[in-house]
Write a protein that binds this ligand. Structure first.
Ligand code: ATP
Length: 701
């Protein structure tokens, strides 16, 4: 990778488009004073992103735009394009040739382009620093600034060496890490103080929440036990209700059955009553008939008596009477009374044989027959009547039985109805108890006990336990929802902050570790660079001064544990001060040949320039930079020194591409390419490609 081409247009004195082609090695730019040579160096600085107007030798941005001259009007835009050969892809672009272009307009608008694509300044600076270009302070060494290298002091020398050795990016990284660490520590402090702020409140809230949790536990147990209790009450009352309903249904059935039976009785009795009525009238008729028969019998008897009278026979002497009298006489026969009996018999026969009235006898016989029939009829009638009466008797007794039973059933029904009323009252009582139990459960548990909560048996001490829990709950007191809400929010915030605290603590540890690692790398790399460069510096010093002595000295500070910075004493007079040693600068001690050791400030301008050149060469030899612009760094050197310097440059040019602006012949001699810069009458710089002789001539003129 090397610088191939520089195109300047409208930049400072280069009003017209001007192109300089470069080869690896050394290119010298020569020309009279004020022709615009340094403007070439400025254009290189500028295109690589330089922001310092002081380094660009201007005040305002537009100072880099061609300002116009007596004969040429000002330009509206300055533009510089730098083309690199990038075959080795040291620049982080895929192109083998990379063109970086910077433009600025008078209105202050500016732009950067890489191969015609707009990019940011940061992209340009980053790409160049990654390739080793542009980042170093010594990439472009301005006119009259070479002695500043050593004059700027130990800290600046240290800085240069760090840049040369490539340790700077680690510093940048370290600085960034420290800033991050500081920021992180600040955040950590803030988070810690926030945690400290909310922790006491959280503790109190936690206590309240714990109480709430305990209360919730008690409430749960209380509600469980209540559910059991009411579930059991439900079971018992439900059972009672079922039983009483069963009893009610039973009584209802009994009532129905009895009512049915009583209904049947009523029907039977009604029927019997009708029948009894019928029987009575029948009996009445029988009695009437009996009376008629008796009357007829009496009539017959009267007629018989009349006939008997007529027959002059004792009334009512019929044959049966005769026979009966006859048999009585026969029966009374004994041995003694025979004559008496004979007489009696004669009288009897005489009594009955005297009546000789046939007609009457015939009538009498008729009447007797009728009487006999009548008697029979009456007998039959009486038999029938008795039968009827017997039947009525039986029926009466039957009805009496039935009525008895009817009354029993009726009283049973009444009893049953009474019983049922009692059952209904009892049922209503149980239902009321059930309702009131449901209401109590609702009041106690917030909802009524469910049928699914039914439980057959519970522990005997359940009510006691419930009472105990109730008392505990009363004593526990309540925590309001707002406090709980505050607890949840505070806890969440606390957890968030704690995790932040943990993350930040880890980040602090990690960042400290990164810083330690970077410190280690920086120290290692710096020590290495210091070793190399300080040795080479002494060598180059002796070459350039053709003798003499120079060396570098590390200046250290001891940072005490309290953070105090104490400058380290000269070697040998070390005092026991505990702390961390830090390199704060590199002191240069230079003694030109034949002189006494003196300070840098005491050296002549040329000696200072030579010492700086020795340092620059030591750095380039140790850590070759791809590209360096030297603007008249050899101005103060005498011829002998110029020759020695030119030779060294010639050697270094194998590794570093130099663009050197010079009036010095020896330097020109070492250059592979020579450009001459002239200033035209129009106040515009022009570039000429020169041969060495032309260049020498130009320098002389
Ligand atoms: P020396 O050899 O004396 O160091 P030089 O060749 O390095 O001289 P420069 O410093 O490069 O000269 O150029 C300075 C010239 O550039 C001055 O004449 C100055 O007027 C001119 N110049 C600087 N800025 C502008 C600008 N913006 N517009 C026009 N000309 C400018």
């Amino acid at each position: 990778m090397y610088l191939k081409r520089l195109e300047i247009h409208g930049f400072k004195s280069f009003a017209h488009k001007t192109v300089l082609e470069f080869e690896p090695g050394m290119t010298a730019v020569v020309g009279p004073n004020g022709s615009g040579k340094s403007n070439v160096a400025d254009s290189l600085r500028w295109v690589m992103g330089e922001q310092s107007m002081k380094l660009l030798r201007g005040k305002k941005t537009e100072d880099v735009i061609f300002a116009g001259s007596d004969k040429k009007s000002k330009q509206s835009m300055a533009e510089v394009a730098l083309t690199f050969d990038n075959k080795d892809h040291k620049l982080p672009f895929e192109y083998s040739e990379v063109e970086i272009r910077r433009r600025v307009y008078r209105d202050g608008e500016s732009e950067y382009l890489v191969n015609n694509q707009r990019v940011r300044l940061l992209d340009v600076v980053d790409a160049l620093s990654r390739s080793g270009f542009g980042a170093s302070h010594y990439a472009v060494i301005g006119q009259g600034t070479i002695d500043q290298m050593v004059l700027a002091g130990p800290a600046e020398v240290k800085n240069l060496i760090e840049e040369a050795s490539g340790v700077k990016p680690y510093y940048t990284k370290r600085d960034k890490t420290i800033r991050r660490l500081e920021q992180t520590e600040e955040n950590l402090t803030q988070v810690s103080s926030l945690i400290n702020e909310i922790e006491p409140r959280l503790k109190s809230l936690r206590r309240q929440a714990k109480r709430m949790e305990e209360r919730e536990g008690l409430e749960k147990e209380y509600s469980d036990l209540n559910r059991q209790y009411f579930g059991h009450q439900y079971y018992l009352l439900d059972k009672e209700l079922k039983e009483i309903s069963g009893r009610f249904d039973g009584s209802q059935e009994g009532i129905k059955k009895l009512e049915h039976e009583i209904g049947s009785f009523q029907k039977v009795l009604e029927k019997e009553e009708v029948q009894t009525g019928n029987s009575n009238s029948f009996l009445d008729e029988l009695d009437k008939k009996g009376s008629a028969l008796e009357k007829k019998k009496l009539d017959l008897l009267e007629k018989l008596a009349e006939i008997r009278g007529k027959l002059k026979v004792p009334v009512a002497r019929d044959f049966s009477v005769f026979r009966k009298q006859f048999e009585e006489i026969i029966e009374s026969i004994t041995e003694k009374n025979l004559s008496e009996v004979k007489k009696k018999l004669k009288d009897l026969v005489a009594e009955y044989s005297q009546s000789d009235n046939t007609e009457l006898l015939k009538q009498k016989k008729e009447l007797d027959d009728r009487l006999e029939k009548m008697v029979e009829e009456i007998h039959d009638h009486n038999t029938a009547r008795e039968k009827l009466i017997a039947e009525e008797k039986r029926k009466k007794s039957f009805l009496t039985e039935e009525e008895k039973r009817f009354r029993i059933k009726s009283s049973q029904l009444n009893l049953l109805k009474e019983e049922q009323t009692k059952i209904m009252v009892e049922k209503a009582r149980i239902e009321t108890r059930f309702e009131s139990m449901l209401q109590t459960s609702r009041e106690t548990m917030g909802h009524a006990v469910e049928p699914t909560d039914k439980v057959e048996s519970v522990a005997a001490d359940l009510p006691h336990k419930i009472e105990k829990l109730k008392r505990q709950l009363e004593l526990a007191g309540g925590v309001d929802e707002l406090t709980m809400q505050e607890y949840r929010e505070t806890e969440e915030r606390f957890n968030y902050l704690s995790s932040q605290h943990a993350d930040l603590t880890k980040a602090v540890t990690d960042l400290r570790q990164v810083i330690d690692e970077l410190d280690h790398v920086i120290k290692k790399q710096f020590d290495e660079a210091y070793g190399l460069i300080s040795t080479k510096f002494s060598e180059y010093f002796r070459i350039l001064f053709n003798g003499g002595r120079a060396h570098m000295n590390l200046l250290k500070e001891i940072v005490t544990e309290e953070g105090e910075e104490i400058e380290e004493k000269e070697e040998g007079e070390d005092e026991e001060i505990k702390g961390t040693k830090q390199v704060v600068g590199i002191e240069i001690k230079a003694t030109p040949p034949g002189k006494k050791l003196s300070t840098i400030a005491a050296l002549s301008g040329g000696e200072r320039a030579l010492t700086s050149i020795a340092l620059l060469c030591a750095m380039l030899a140790s850590y070759p930079s791809p590209f360096v612009v030297l603007d008249e760094v050899d101005a103060a050197l005498d011829e002998a020194n110029s020759i020695r310097f030119a030779k060294i440059l010639g050697t270094l040019a194998h590794q570093t591409q130099f663009v050197t602006i010079t009036h010095n012949r020896a330097t020109m001699h070492e250059a592979h390419t020579l450009y001459g810069v002239t200033m035209t009458d129009e106040g515009i710089s022009k570039i000429l490609s020169l041969k060495l002789e032309q260049a020498e001539k130009q320098v002389k003129s």
